[in-house]
Design a protein around this ligand. Structure first.
Ligand SMILES: NC(=O)c1ccc[n+]([C@@H]2O[C@H](COP(=O)([O-])OP(=O)(O)OC[C@H]3O[C@@H](n4cnc5c(N)ncnc54)[C@H](O)[C@@H]3O)[C@@H](O)[C@H]2O)c1
Ligand SMILES: [Fe+2]
Length: 376
């Protein structure tokens, strides 16, 4: 793990608006910058309430973002944006809408294909303004430099990473999350937790990020059960929105590890939503890593409000019981992931070196297969 002598770079959108009602900051931002052609990238639900953004001028709404967007979904959004020629792109939704908005902002002014910009620092300078408005408390994509789309040809997530994807304005308005159903609240909440916990137990864990990671975990421990039980709990919604934001900060310079890598094939091959996939895998990878990061694992349990332990079997049992208490379906089979695919999934996950190399304990194909069997 890194220490105080390890250099690190932190990136944050230059303007972050946090708090109830802050969504209207998008219109004020556009007015102040004299932006007049706004292209909003939204899912079908959020497309019905664009008025919350307070936009004036010419506004075009792409309402077709699907959960876990793939390359064809991106292409449709790009075609609409190219026809409209915006000077301002707004992502309005969960991680799916915000990730597509990032790619629309950097790819729509030109003709560069997505495959040419996959990986770090391949994107040309962004020429249109970009704002992100989060409506789930999960991904933290509003503060991030990455966008993920699934390639149907390979069933892999293509990860584009660049500071050009960083928004000019990020809005975290907990009012917008009040409508998230209990199941999605629980699953996306564990995604936020996973970002923080995976950064905290990461090989690249760093004191500048530990602060956000630990507080994000505490906020999830304090507020997730409350928001699942009562979606109208304003304080709990705000606490989770902050946890998600902190998780997004963790993703930038540190990122996730095996937890996300092992979860990815559940989404790309079997369409388990991102948060749900991470929730199913979270207790298993936390327990797997406990021998390599015993103190930090115990600290994570304590921050969640659970009795601390670094004994793998105990860690697994406590973390899984906590997920079950939130009403999360933790069985891969019950989520439609057949055991017959576990071997192919383990092979696929074991190739995601960009994340597996961050894991505090070496993890290979056989270990991943054992995790899938344990999560069956
Ligand atoms: N860029 C990053 O750093 C990053 C990090 C984590 C995840 N992701 C990506 O984010 C995506 C998942 O995002 P997500 O978990 O936020 O889910 P999502 O954006 O797919 O939304 C999930 C569902 O909730 C609905 N929804 C969104 N906001 C709502 C609201 N306020 N009220 C009611 N319904 C609402 C959506 O219409 C959708 O049906 C995945 O593609 C994942 O790969 C990106
Ligand atoms: Fe995630």
């Amino acid at each position: 793990m890194a220490d105080l002598t390890t250099p690190i770079e932190l990136l944050m959108p230059p303007i972050v608006k946090f708090g109830p009602g802050s969504a209207a900051a998008v219109g004020a931002f556009a007015g102040a910058r004299r932006l007049s052609r706004t292209f909003v990238v939204a899912d079908a639900f959020n497309a019905t309430r664009i008025d919350r953004l307070g936009l004036a001028g010419s506004v075009e709404v792409f309402a077709g973002v699907v959960p876990e967007p793939d390359v064809p979904n991106l292409e449709t959004a790009l075609a609409a944006a190219r026809a409209f020629r915006p000077d301002f792109v707004v992502g309005f939704g969960g991680g799916s809408a915000m990730d597509l908005a990032k790619l629309v902002a950097v790819l729509s002014p030109g003709a560069v294909p997505i495959h040419d910009v996959v990986g770090p620092d391949k994107v040309a300078a962004r020429t249109v303004a970009l704002a992100q408005v989060a409506t789930t408390s999960g991904t933290g994509s509003e503060v991030g430099i990455r966008a993920l789309v699934t390639d149907p040809a390979t069933q892999n997530k293509l990860a584009v990473q660049s500071r050009e994807l960083l928004a000019d304005l990020a809005v975290v308005d907990p009012d917008l999350t009040m409508t998230v159903p209990a199941r999605i609240t629980a699953e996306t909440g564990v995604d936020a937790l996973a970002h923080c916990a995976e950064a905290y137990t990461n090989i690249k864990a760093h004191p500048t990020i530990d602060l956000y990671a630990l507080e994000g975990i505490r906020l999830v421990g304090r507020f997730l059960a409350r928001a699942v039980a009562d979606g109208s709990d304003v304080e709990a919604r705000a606490g989770l929105a902050l946890a998600s934001f902190y998780g997004g900060i963790c993703l930038g310079p540190v990122n996730t590890h095996a937890g996300h890598a092992v979860a990815y094939p559940l989404g790309t091959r079997h369409h388990v939503p991102h948060g749900a996939a991470n929730a199913v895998i979270f207790p298993h990878v936390l327990a797997y890593n406990a021998p390599a990061a015993p103190e930090r694992t115990a600290t994570i349990l304590a921050a969640l409000g659970l009795e601390p332990s670094s004994e793998p079997a105990v860690v697994l049992e406590r973390a899984k019981a906590w997920c079950l208490s939130l009403g999360i379906e933790m069985s891969m089979e019950k989520r439609g992931v057949p055991e017959s695919d576990f071997a192919a999934m383990a092979k696929e996950a074991s190739a995601i070196r960009r994340l597996l190399d961050n894991n505090p304990r070496p993890i290979g194909e056989d270990d991943i297969l054992a995790i899938y069997r344990a999560a069956r």
